[in-house]
Design a protein around this ligand. Structure first.
Ligand SMILES: [Zn+2]
Ligand SMILES: [Zn+2]
Length: 153
């Protein structure tokens, strides 16, 4: 078995190793989006004003992006996140350095999103969003931290 970046490849024979290295260069996360059935789109709302945070005009990974406002340091701007649970594709108005903890706001009511719980992996605050159909998804506010928690009730 070979493990690369948290991806498991069972029953690997020596000739397959070079294929895995090739795939890794192409980006394992990208390949997963097409094949991994754990990756599925979520529609989310602001927990304060209940307004949808989906931006149908701007797509990431082929689905409407999640649009929120962030601030860090003296910068303030928009961020768009992939709505595919399990994808870390994002776009932002300002380049956010890795490990930066951002404050997140609803672009509609401007309430701050978060501070209800902290990330088990890094201790930053988790940002809770209401999932259409029931439940809450929480995403870590630290850039680069891959802690997501989905609690579907
Ligand atoms: Zn709101
Ligand atoms: Zn974290």
């Amino acid at each position: 078995m070979v493990v690369v970046d948290g991806h498991y490849f069972p029953h690997v024979t020596p000739p397959k190793v070079s294929r895995i290295i090739e795939k890794t260069r192409e980006g394992l996360d990208r390949i997963d989006l097409a094949t991994d059935r754990r990756v599925f789109p979520l529609e989310v709302r602001c927990p304060h004003c209940n307004h949808s945070l989906m931006d149908a005009d701007r797509k990431l990974d082929g689905h409407p992006a999640v649009h929120i406002t962030v601030s860090f340091g003296r910068k303030h701007g928009w961020i768009r996140l992939s709505s595919l649970y399990g994808s870390y594709t994002m776009a932002s108005e300002h380049e956010i350095p890795l490990d930066t903890v951002v404050h997140c706001y609803c672009p509609h009511c401007h309430a701050e999103l978060g501070a209800a719980s902290t990330c088990a992996a890094c201790g930053a605050s988790m940002v809770p969003l209401i999932v259409r159909g029931g439940g809450i998804v929480q995403i870590c506010s630290r850039r680069g931290c891959k802690a997501h928690m989905l609690d579907v009730s």
